[in-house]
Design a protein around this ligand. Structure first.
Ligand SMILES: [Zn+2]
Length: 490
């Protein structure tokens, strides 16, 4: 009786409400979210999954043997959890790359000294005997600045650092990589990146940018103290000369797989919510947090939803991308492959910010996304993750970018950047830094948000291209967006 009365009251209320209010997303049953959060934290095993991936499989350069093992492992895990339609989705990377032994580097003048260097990702091998030349510091890598310095660059080893890269980043990453390519085109013999990480713990940059092709000149990654030494010598007019050498294995045109698995929704006509992380990593560490914790979170969420017997309205599609580090190659391949059906994708959630306890989501303050999170605010607040954030360059440095550009509602997890950046792309990105409790909370935040979005009756509004541009302009991200479009990234 009570139920019938409530239904009647509800339908009367619906008739009286304006259309916008009728479409406002309603919260998933609070009991379901609490149960799911508990199931993920206590029984989700995110920490164990990350240990298996980081310690058991190791670094996962896109297209490498370890990457293929990680794909097979992830497929087996999803199948063991009883997910549906578990499959690989192939795409082709122009070149795979792998270091073949350690790099060496020496200062030859004004005195002899060993330097701390690793090969940059997707750098060609040095010629026999290494790359030898006088060092020239380039203060700005934007294409016009590189052209202006052409006379000094030809035949030299060019040193750039974070200060040199900053104006390029501000101009957009496509422009930045145009400038870096230009350094080779102007006849430099080699390129040294000094990225502010201490000697012996260099930070991978990946110097080809969104193409997955090998760079046009040998490029190394130099330790902080060595970078500062070279800059001091240059400032005193002491003309440093350096030689460096390494060998890399490069294979052209390799098939790489994304991994896809689903928990079917109750309403097959309601589309799907996509939750994603990237399976590839750099090789210096083991990618335990970039993005092992993201991958582990997805498995823990799948496990917990299955264990709790919960079925959301929409299908939840779990996707593990490859090629993120070489330029979001796997997520761009996904959007290309599924473009015609992207209208069925109700929302995208990305976790790629390490395993720290998150504070909330980057929503770019799109109204629909913020309203959807407000509907589950009690659960997110209880997990310490009730914040929403607007613009951040990171939006275009993660697999969120092609979905944001396509106007799909998008959520990017915001976790503490300080501890993450201390290990990001460095040898220190290993399992010992992962905190089990924080990772459990992180997975719970992603899981609760994913489930709630999948269960919401109303769909979030999608943005037409003009609206995407207008919103990114308001957030100060339009330059980056236009630059990436101009470079064919979207
Ligand atoms: Zn990442």
């Amino acid at each position: 009786m009570a139920m019938r009365k409530r239904t009647l009251a509800a339908s009367l209320t619906l008739c009286l409400l304006p259309l916008g209010a009728q479409m406002a997303p309603r919260a998933a049953p609070p009991g379901a979210l609490s149960r799911l959060a508990g199931e993920i934290i206590v029984g989700g095993r995110a920490y164990n999954y990350d240990r298996e991936l980081a310690d058991g499989i190791g670094p996962r350069l896109t297209g490498s043997a370890n990457y293929r093992r990680a794909v097979a492992w992830a497929v087996a895990q999803f199948r063991a959890l009883g997910l549906s339609d578990v499959h690989r989705e192939p795409w082709t990377i122009p070149d795979t790359w792998q270091p073949d032994g350690p790099a060496t580097a020496r200062l030859l003048a004004p005195h002899q000294q060993f330097l701390h260097l690793v090969s940059e990702g997707w750098s060609p091998s040095t010629p026999p005997g290494g790359v030898r030349g006088k060092v020239v510091y380039l203060a700005d890598v934007r294409p016009a600045a590189v052209r202006a310095a052409a006379g000094a660059i030809a035949g030299a080893i060019v040193l750039v650092d974070e200060a040199s890269l900053a104006p390029g980043f501000a101009a957009g990453q496509g422009a930045l990589f145009d400038g870096i390519r230009r350094i080779g085109e102007e006849g430099a013999r080699g390129l040294l990146f000094g990225l502010g990480v201490r000697n012996g713990a260099s930070n991978m940059f990946g110097d080809t940018g969104f193409t997955g092709t090998v760079a046009n000149l040998p490029a190394g990654n130099l330790g902080l103290e060595d970078t500062l030494l070279l800059k001091r010598l240059l400032a005193r007019g002491e003309a440093p000369v350096v030689v460096f050498s390494f060998h890399n294995r490069i294979r052209p045109r390799v098939t790489v797989n994304n991994v896809v698995a689903e928990i079917p929704g109750r309403d097959r006509g309601a589309g799907y919510v996509l939750v994603a992380a990237h399976l590839d990593s750099w090789q210096a560490g083991t990618g335990a947090q970039d993005d092992g914790t993201g991958v582990a979170s997805l498995l823990a969420i799948a496990r917990a939803i299955q264990a709790a017997g919960l079925r959301p309205r929409r299908t939840i599609r779990f996707v593990l991308f490859g090629g993120e580090e070489e330029g979001l190659l796997g997520s761009r391949a996904y959007v290309r492959r599924h473009r015609a059906g992207l209208g069925r994708c109700a929302a995208v959630l990305i976790t790629d910010n390490g395993g720290g306890a998150p504070s909330g989501w980057f929503t770019m303050h799109r109204a629909g996304e913020d309203r959807a999170l407000a509907a589950i605010a009690p659960a997110l607040d209880a997990l310490g993750a009730g914040q929403t954030y607007g613009g951040h360059d990171f939006v275009f440095s993660a697999d969120s970018a092609p979905f944001v550009a396509a106007g799909v509602p998008c959520f990017l997890l915001s976790a503490p950047m300080g501890p993450y950046l201390r290990i990001h792309h460095q040898p220190g990105d290993t399992f010992d830094k992962v905190n089990q409790r924080d990772l459990g909370i992180s997975a719970a935040v992603v899981g609760v948000t994913t489930f709630a979005l999948a269960d919401m009756p109303a769909r979030l509004p999608r943005l037409a291209p003009a609206a995407v541009a207008a919103q990114l302009k308001a957030l100060g991200l339009l330059t980056q967006y236009d630059d990436m479009k101009a470079h064919g990234i979207f």
